[in-house]
Design a protein around this ligand. Structure first.
Ligand code: NAD
Length: 355
């Protein structure tokens, strides 16, 4: 049972709609909120999706800004802020993955403008009050209620265009939020239930998506998993896995979703030694007896990248990565020691199954 006799829970007031084609409801959502001057955001490769939504919005679209970039660079946010002021935007509509959603959040942080988000990956940023920003090569993270998007429209048709390699790594990125939520110090029965259901949705739907990438029912179920996993990310604290990925992404410039996908089975195996009961649902859901091995097998079946070496990390970097990973202490269910982390990184670098 997930029940804990004592807990504190929090949840955000968010309106969430699921339906194939629901991206065409942005206009109706703006009307509901009395908004009339939207700035539509995207990355350069997704500018067609942004233009299509702007077209649907008609006179409610005051502008399109298609220069969102990975890790929310402050320089790009400032450019977009000038645009917001120039056109007198009264809300932002973000169409894309964590990079585009991050830009919308950065604008909302500075202006408190409402956000309508149409997510196209499984990263889950739309469901959190968390904002990461980069300036002069340094990434800082903050949490603020202003940053939490007000409306989320999950459209299976949009995520159906996500290339298969990114589909797999993005799904594992989402699963990572749920897996770490199971042992969060500030977990509660609801966060655990959301995490278990989010992982179940991916375990069931991802193989069906890989069989038939346009299967909208299966795509819809993966988006449902992304929503649940993103929601727990916004509600409870993360530990070893997210810290390691932050270090590898920040100091070695490794790509976000791929790094999560590779590190996850190893981080979970490391922690399973300390909290086997809390992580038992992972093994049950992904099929196996050990949670880390079960995730590794699931990732292997899905064709995920398995080795940090394949992302361009050199073996000579592993010592420095291990040093960096233990410089700032943080809470984790298992003690974080340099030898243990060095061994974990070694296995993840070589693509071996976790010990
Ligand atoms: P992303 O948004 O950077 O997208 C990667 C690329 O895929 C982009 O070029 C994008 O345009 C393209 N793409 C996205 N969806 C597509 C689709 N359906 N079809 C075709 N192309 C598509 O990747 P991401 O993994 O979603 O986001 C990563 C970023 O989000 C990182 O900066 C990460 O730190 C941040 N993030 C933040 C939170 C939070 O709560 N603050 C949570 C998760 C991730």
């Amino acid at each position: 049972s997930y029940f804990q006799p004592e807990f504190t829970a929090r949840s955000a007031a968010v309106r969430v709609r699921f339906a194939p084609g629901v991206r065409r409801e942005v206009a109706a959502e703006l009307d509901r909120l009395g908004l009339t001057r939207a700035l539509v955001l995207s990355t350069p490769p997704q500018s067609d999706s942004a233009m299509a939504i702007a077209e649907d919005l008609g006179s409610r679209a005051a502008g399109v800004f298609s220069r969102a970039a990975m890790h929310t660079p402050v320089a790009v946010t400032e450019e977009a802020m000038a645009h917001v002021a120039e056109i007198g935007a009264d809300c932002v509509v973000a169409v894309g993955g964590g990079s585009t959603i991050g830009l919308g959040k950065a604008i909302a942080y500075r202006t408190d403008l409402p956000q309508i988000v149409v997510p196209t990956t499984y990263a889950g940023s739309e469901a959190t009050p968390i904002l990461g920003q980069t300036e002069n090569g340094v990434k800082t993270t903050l949490s603020d209620a202003k940053v939490q998007p007000e409306v989320i429209l999950y459209d299976a048709e949009l995520v159906a265009t996500l290339p298969l390699a990114m589909t797999v790594t993005s799904a594992l990125n989402a699963i990572a939020h749920a897996a770490e939520a199971l042992y969060a110090q500030d977990r509660n029965p609801l966060s655990t239930a959301l995490a278990v259901e989010g992982m179940r949705a991916f375990a069931s739907a991802l193989p069906r998506v890989l069989e038939a990438p346009d299967d909208l029912a299966a795509r819809g179920e993966t988006l449902y998993g992304a929503w649940l996993c993103g929601t727990v990310l916004g509600q409870v604290g993360m530990a070893l896995h997210h810290k390691l990925c932050h270090t590898l992404g920040g100091s070695f410039d490794l790509p976000h979703a791929e790094t999560h996908a590779i590190v996850l089975p190893h981080a979970i195996a490391y922690n399973a030694a300390a909290v086997p009961d809390l992580l038992a649902p992972v093994a049950r859901i992904f099929g196996g007896t050990e949670p880390g091995a079960a995730l590794h097998a699931f990732a292997t079946r899905a064709g995920a990248p398995l080795a940090l070496r394949d992302l361009g990390l050199s073996e000579a970097d592993l010592d420095r990565a291990a040093d960096l990973a233990v410089t700032k202490p943080y809470w984790n269910p298992a003690p974080v020691n340099r030898d243990g982390i060095r061994a974990l990184l070694d296995a993840a670098w070589g693509g071996r199954a976790p010990g």
